[in-house]
Design a protein around this ligand. Structure first.
Ligand code: AMP
Length: 213
């Protein structure tokens, strides 16, 4: 099963992906994570990515496409995959179509999670990550930068691009670049629109109904 999540930063794509990974044993392909991995290698390319990400702008289409293509071809994706954060513009969406066609694969479900801007800003600016595991905390729950992770032995930190000014730019870039993809999949009759921003479990059960039809 191959799934594509669409939605603005903070809409819950990552959280819902993790639920599906556990349930179906499929792999998550998060281009944000792949780019952060490249950044942590401190290569020249990684430093270039860091400065683009810090502004909330998009990294070069060709680079992102090559990361995705390598991952889809890997053993990890044999049972299927979830695309999270890719495609992010029309050109990437068209390249994905060609890539999958050449691999005789296709996307089974496109899931767009729609969340109001104010909720997205609050979620992103409050979001705290663990430097050791995939725990996601939030300042709303009384957690702070530097706190010990409640799950692993890590420490909570804030992503550089979750600062308010950058989050606002990321939302603008989403509206400008990513919104047209929603119409692209709608025209193909593949789009499922879900209202997010509330209980993640409720959203997970709605997603479950769609993918089990
Ligand atoms: P994310 O973790 O999905 O919120 O992505 C964080 C940042 O990585 C984005 O703000 C972009 O700078 C970059 N990025 C992630 N995915 C893509 C993509 N498909 N195309 C271009 N840039 C991307």
């Amino acid at each position: 099963m191959n799934i594509l999540f669409l939605g603005a930063p903070g809409c819950g794509k990552g959280t819902q992906s993790k639920i599906l990974i556990e349930k179906y044993g499929i792999a998550q392909i998060s281009t944000g994570d792949l780019l952060r991995e490249e950044m942590s290698s401190q290569s020249d390319l990684g430093e270039k990515i860091r400065s683009i990400m810090a502004k909330g702008d998009f990294v070069d289409d060709k680079l992102v496409l090559s990361l995705v293509s390598k991952k889809i071809e890997s053993n990890e994706c044999k049972k299927g995959f979830i695309l999270d954060g890719f495609p992010r513009n029309l050109s990437q969406a068209k390249s994905l179509d060609t890539l999958l066609e050449n691999m005789s694969k296709s996307i089974d479900h496109v899931l767009f999670i729609d969340v109001p801007d104010e909720v997205l800003i609050q979620r992103c600016t409050g979001r705290l990550l663990c430097d050791t595991c995939d725990y996601i905390g939030n300042k709303d729950r009384g957690e702070n930068i530097g706190d010990p992770c409640p799950v692993a032995e890590g420490t909570l930190y804030q992503r550089e691009d979750d600062k308010e000014e950058t989050v606002r730019n990321r939302l603008e870039v989403f509206k400008d670049q990513t919104q047209p993809i929603i119409e692209f999949y709608e025209e193909k009759g593949k789009l499922n629109k879900l209202i997010g921003g509330n209980d993640p479990k409720l959203l997970a059960s709605k997603i479950n109904k769609i993918i089990n039809i």
